[in-house]
Design a protein around this ligand. Structure first.
Ligand code: OGA
Ligand code: MN
Length: 297
């Protein structure tokens, strides 16, 4: 493989894509990419176009791939170095990859609330790769929302209010009854260290600027944002709740439907996602890798 490209080397948006087909999923974000075989793709020029599409669409869906764990690592390295997830045991030979499994007998799912991955870390991963191995016959889609579009749609007055705010983030899943409680019933996954979740936290701007696009995006969720710095939880709540409800308006979202072999890569800096839990009685199994730890600014 050639040298990994940094996103900064990607060409500016607007030029057409030559190496593959791009079918946008919705108005605000998301595109399906066809005509590339990621397991064998070594062409740096094509990778540069993929990274350009990543910045333009925030969520890229590649159906029909055939990826072993080592291939997922190789694809991930094009977006950034692997990033470790603190609460689920990884695959024995690939500790950065873990499986998200919901058995037919289970009712709770992983990721079933709006969030951006590990936003409670001081340097959260810029991207997540999720690869489908087994999917229900229908249901089990993942929703995404563009927090660029959500920010852009705020009034000038509201932008002025939220621009300087800093959020207090915690891994505790405080408003979900605690991480130990939330995770204990996802029986098919090897969860650990949830008792340490309350010790993991960070402060991040509620409006972050994307390093490559230069665009501003909202950055908060009910899962991970506890309060606004300098305000009580009671004072913070109405502002946070307004933004949390606002940022998932239908016109900011897209929906990814999975089949075995679909790889989706999303940009955690300018999106939130939510795994729809509507397929009880059927098994769903995915592999997940996060990449590119980056301090929000
Ligand atoms: C994740 C996640 C969503 C899904 O991998 O971070 O939230 O659809 N998963 O499984
Ligand atoms: Mn997630």
């Amino acid at each position: 493989m050639g040298q990994p490209l940094t996103e900064a080397q990607a060409a500016p948006a607007s030029a057409p894509y030559k190496a593959f087909e791009v079918a946008p999923l919705a108005g605000a974000l998301g595109a399906e990419i066809s005509g590339v075989d990621l397991a064998t793709l070594r062409d740096d020029v094509v990778w540069k176009e993929i990274l350009r599409a990543f910045v333009e669409y925030s969520v890229l869906v590649f159906p029909g791939q055939k990826l072993e764990a080592a291939d997922i690592m190789a694809v991930g390295s094009r977006f950034g170095p692997p990033s470790y997830y603190p609460f689920v045991v990884g695959m024995p030979e690939f500790p950065y990859i873990f499986e998200i499994i919901k058995e037919a007998s289970e009712t709770r799912n992983f990721g079933g609330a709006w969030h951006s991955d590990s936003s409670y870390l001081p340097s959260p991963p810029l991207g997540t790769l999720l690869y489908a191995l087994e999917t229900p016959s229908h249901g089990g889609d993942t929703l995404f929302t563009s927090t660029y579009a959500a920010y852009d749609a705020l009034s000038e007055g509201m932008k002025k209010l939220v621009d300087p705010l800093v959020g207090v983030f915690s891994a505790e899943l405080k408003y979900g009854g605690g991480r130990t409680h939330m995770h204990k019933s996802i029986g098919a996954m090897e969860i650990h260290d949830t008792d340490k979740a309350a010790e993991i936290g960070a402060e991040h701007p509620l409006v972050r600027t994307h390093l490559v696009s230069g665009r501003k995006a909202l950055y908060l969720s009910r899962s991970h944002t506890v309060s606004i710095k300098g305000m009580s939880e009671e004072e913070s709540k109405p502002i946070l709740e307004y933004l949390i409800a606002h940022q998932v308006k239908p016109e900011f979202t897209c929906r990814v439907r999975w089949a075995p072999g679909t790889l989706t890569v999303w940009d955690n800096r300018c999106t939130q996602h939510n795994a729809v839990n509507d397929y009880h009685g059927q098994r769903r199994r995915m592999r997940r890798l996060t990449v590119g730890a980056q301090r929000p600014g």
